[in-house]
Structure formats: structure tokens, C-alpha cells
Design a protein around this ligand. Structure first.
Ligand SMILES: C[S@@+](CC[C@H](N)C(=O)[O-])C[C@H]1O[C@@H](n2cnc3c(N)ncnc32)[C@H](O)[C@@H]1O
Ligand code: SF4
Length: 419
């Protein structure tokens, strides 16, 4: 049974720093600059913020759990997620949720019983599509036999396994808590327990050669994953690697690696449907596709981001990042730290930032539907991108050329607002 949440519940005491009125639906529904004919599909993102150890390259909102042997505060965190969702429900009232992604951090640190409770709590409050994709991120370092089957039994339909490499020396350099053997065991178990799963790899790793990359691809393809995500290792600001940069392959080698990845995955029956994503037919990640198609998402959990459309505006929200602060505030129904309306002038860039990652690009109708803007808003940019050989178009669609995908940030930059 759905719990009824009053539309304008009196706010509890103001939490320090909370975004006032973030969940005030009447305010968000008032007349405004946009006119959206329809709302886009809605996804739900749930962030579980803890990891066994912080990887030196990682800038996600992930926090090492070092509590001297204390168990994770799973129950309190789940209570906070429910309070967070209850407070946000009026913003998505009546809308169907098409996909759920439980990401992190390392969600597989949470017990199957906790994931079962979480999914029960979500189902009790949200209208899920009958074929709702429910993904959970898993780390081979938290893998035990039968754990994945228990997630499946709880209702998870898809695992995303963060492997990064099958080479023990690279795994050590990346600070991973698992080794090659654990990665293979986890993937074999994922294949046995799930109809579909994703394997995350990174390339251009410290000390990696083209032959080394081939060995990683040999191993990955031998496990026949239905979906592969392959990311160029980036040195993100405010990470250990930014302070102590490792020696990584030259740009030319990295480009050659990417060509090799695309060629070999293609021969193995995968399609590169997004800049970093390769899928066998029928196994694309519906959740990520909704991001790239400028769909809506409600993000609950520490530091989670949301993008929500209303008839007259599009709003972005961010929850408190630090897990304890998040829990304290979410339990008071004040999880949102920041809430901003997307300026009309930023919408073309925001749309293009996502849609141009897709090999199939986007339809002009979809641009109008999702941004409420006329195609004239991107006309000049499209002409420039076409002149530079970065996109192709027909009367209905626009899509990046192979060169456009190779120089994606140059292509996206064309659509930055003037000034
Ligand atoms: C949200 S992360 C978390 C997944 C999971 N916690 C793990 O690490 O196994 C998803 C993926 O992003 C990729 N990633 C994270 N940091 C990266 C970086 N600095 N450069 C490239 N890829 C990165 C990794 O492949 C990782 O599996
Ligand atoms: S396990 Fe994943 S989320 Fe956690 S620190 Fe490493 S890369 Fe980041």
C-alpha cells in the first residue's frame, strides 16, 4: 500500500544549510519561463556512500568505512533514505519509475537483507514500471558465494561489477581491494545469478601497454559479459592521484587503446552505443540511457544529484554529501543541500552534454520535448559542428560522427552559452 504524504507538510525545524523550499511542490509548479508539453521518463538513483578503502583515482562521493570493526549503520542509513524519499515524493507524484540504480560507493557492502528492505520500501512508495530495470553496483572485494543470488532474490535485475583490470599489478597500483582471481569469481557468479550484467574496465592505466590492454580484453571477453563499460583513467582534481600523479600512457597510446577496444568488442558482437558503453543486442543500460537522453531522475542518498522537470521549469538538486550530515538532515526531511532552477540559456548545453555521448545522437523532436526550446536554440552550434565534421544530421536526427566522438569535449563546448 502506498503511504500518503501530505503535499504541504509543515516543515520540521530548518536544518543548517538545507535548501529552503526544495520540496515545496506548489512553488515548483508555479508559472515560469518554460512550457514542457510532457514530462520525460523518470529514473531513481540511490547512493550508498561507503567503501572498504578509497581508491586513489576516485572522486565519487565515497567514504572509507573505518570504524574499528563497527558494522556499517545500514539500518539508520535506510531509515534516512526512506525519510528522504517520503519528503521528495510530492515532486514525482503519480509518475512511473522506469529504472532504479543503486550506486556508490560500494553498494554490495550492504547485506542482501538491507537491499531487500530498501527495494520493499521503494516499491511501497513508488509506481514502478512492470519491466523496471534495477541495477546494483558491486565490487569483487565484497563478494561472497551466494551473495549475488540473494540480491537477485531481493529484486535486483542487473549487476554492475567494478573490475577495472584483470592484472594484479594494475589492481595494486589502482588501490583496489580485490585481485584478478576474485574478479573472475565474482563475474562467474554474476553470470550465473543474473540474465544481464555489466563489467567496468578502465584503460590507459599506469604502466599499461597495448599488449597489457589486450590481455585485459581477452579475459573480459572470455567471460562473455552482456555489457561492458570501458573508461579512460582520468586524474581527477582532489584525489590522491592528482597529488601524486602516476605515469600513464601517452595520448597516442591511449587513442590506440580506445581503437583496439572498439574494434575487439565489435568483433565480439558488442555495439559501442555510447562513448564508454558497449552492449550486446538487448543489453543496453536503460538507466544510463535515460540520463543521456536528458530524462528525469530523482537521486536519494548522500550527495545524490537529481534533475526533475515540471511544467514550467527544470530543477537540479544535490543532497548533503557527508554521510552523517546526510543522515541527520534526511531524518528531519531536509536532505536537500542545494536546489537550483536550470537557466534557459544553459539548457541547450546541458542537453547536448548528454545526448552527444550517444552514437545514435538524438531526434530534434526529443530536443524540443525535453528542453521546451525551439531547435533554433542549437541551430548555429549544429552548423558549426557539421562544418567541423563533428556531427551529421538529417531532417529528424543529429548524431556525432566518429571524429565527433573522438573529440567529444570540443564538440560539447560548441554548445556552451555565450559569454
Ligand atoms: C561510480 S564508480 C563505482 C563502482 C564501484 N564502487 C567500483 O569501484 O567497483 C563506477 C565506475 O567508474 C569508473 N571510474 C571511477 N573513477 C574513475 C576515474 N578517475 N577515471 C576513469 N574511470 C573511473 C570505474 O570503472 C568504476 O567502476
Ligand atoms: S570502490 Fe569505487 S566508489 Fe569506492 S573508492 Fe573505489 S572507485 Fe570509488
Amino acid at each position: 500500500m502506498k503511504r500518503v504524504v501530505p503535499i504541504s507538510a509543515p516543515p520540521p525545524e530548518e536544518a543548517p544549510g538545507a535548501a529552503a523550499g526544495a520540496n515545496d511542490v506548489m512553488h515548483l509548479m508555479r508559472p515560469g519561463p518554460l512550457q514542457l508539453a510532457a514530462l520525460p521518463p523518470l529514473s531513481l538513483y540511490v547512493h550508498l556512500p561507503w567503501c572498504l578503502r578509497k581508491c586513489p583515482y576516485c572522486d565519487f562521493n565515497s567514504h572509507e568505512w573505518r570504524a574499528g570493526g563497527d558494522a556499517l549503520p545500514e539500518e539508520r542509513y535506510l531509515d534516512a533514505l526512506v525519510a528522504d524519499l517520503d519528503a521528495a515524493l510530492p515532486l514525482v507524484w503519480g509518475r512511473t519509475v522506469h529504472t532504479i540504480f543503486i550506486g556508490g560507493g560500494t553498494p554490495s557492502l550492504f547485506s542482501p537483507a538491507s537491499i531487500d528492505r530498501l527495494l520493499g520500501d521503494l516499491r511501497a512508495r513508488l509506481k514502478l514500471a512492470p519491466d523496471c530495470e534495477i541495477t546494483l553496483e558491486a565490487n569483487p572485494g565484497t563478494f561472497e558465494r551466494d551473495r549475488f543470488r540473494a540480491y537477485r532474490a531481493a529484486g535486483v535485475t542487473r549487476l554492475s561489477v567494478g573490475v577495472q583490470s584483470f592484472n594484479d599489478a594494475h589492481l595494486t597500483a589502482l588501490g583496489r581491494v580485490h585481485d584478478r582471481a576474485q574478479a573472475i569469481a565474482a563475474l562467474e557468479e554474476a553470470a550465473a545469478a543474473f540474465d544481464t550484467f555489466n563489467l567496468d574496465l578502465m584503460y590507459a592505466l599506469p604502466g599499461q601497454t597495448l599488449e597489457g590492454l589486450d590481455a585485459d580484453l581477452d579475459q573480459a571477453l572470455a567471460l562473455a559479459p552482456p555489457h561492458l563499460s570501458v573508461y579512460h583513467l582520468t586524474i581527477e582534481p582532489n584525489t590522491y592521484f592528482a597529488k601524486f600523479p602516476p605515469v600513464v600512457p601517452e595520448d597516442d597510446t591511449a587513442y590506440a587503446m580506445l581503437d583496439r577496444i572498439t574494434e575487439r568488442t565489435g568483433l565480439a558482437g558488442f555495439e559501442r552505443y555510447e562513448i564508454s558503453a558497449y552492449a550486446r543486442p538487448g543489453h543496453r543500460c536503460a538507466h544510463n540511457l535515460n540520463y543521456w537522453q536528458f530524462g528525469d531522475y530523482l537521486g536519494i542518498g548522500a550527495g545524490a544529484h537529481s534533475k526533475l522537470s515540471f511544467a514550467h521549469r527544470i530543477v537540479r538538486q544535490v543532497r548533503f554529501r557527508e554521510p552523517r550530515l546526510y543522515m541527520d538532515n534526511a531524518l528531519l526531511a531536509h536532505a536537500v543541500a542545494q536546489s537550483d532552477e536550470v537557466a534557459l540559456s544553459d539548457l541547450p548545453f546541458e542537453f547536448m552534454l548528454n545526448a552527444l555521448r550517444l552514437k545514435e545522437g538524438f531526434s530534434l523532436a526529443q530536443f524540443g520535448e525535453r528542453t521546451g526550446l525551439a531547435v533554433t536554440a542549437i541551430q548555429r552550434g549544429l552548423e558549426e559542428a557539421q562544418r567541423k565534421g563533428l556531427v551529421e544530421r538529417d531532417l529528424w536526427r543529429v548524431w556525432p560522427t566518429p571524429r565527433g566522438l573522438d573529440f567529444l569535449s570540443d564538440l560539447q563546448t560548441i554548445f556552451l552559452p555565450d559569454g
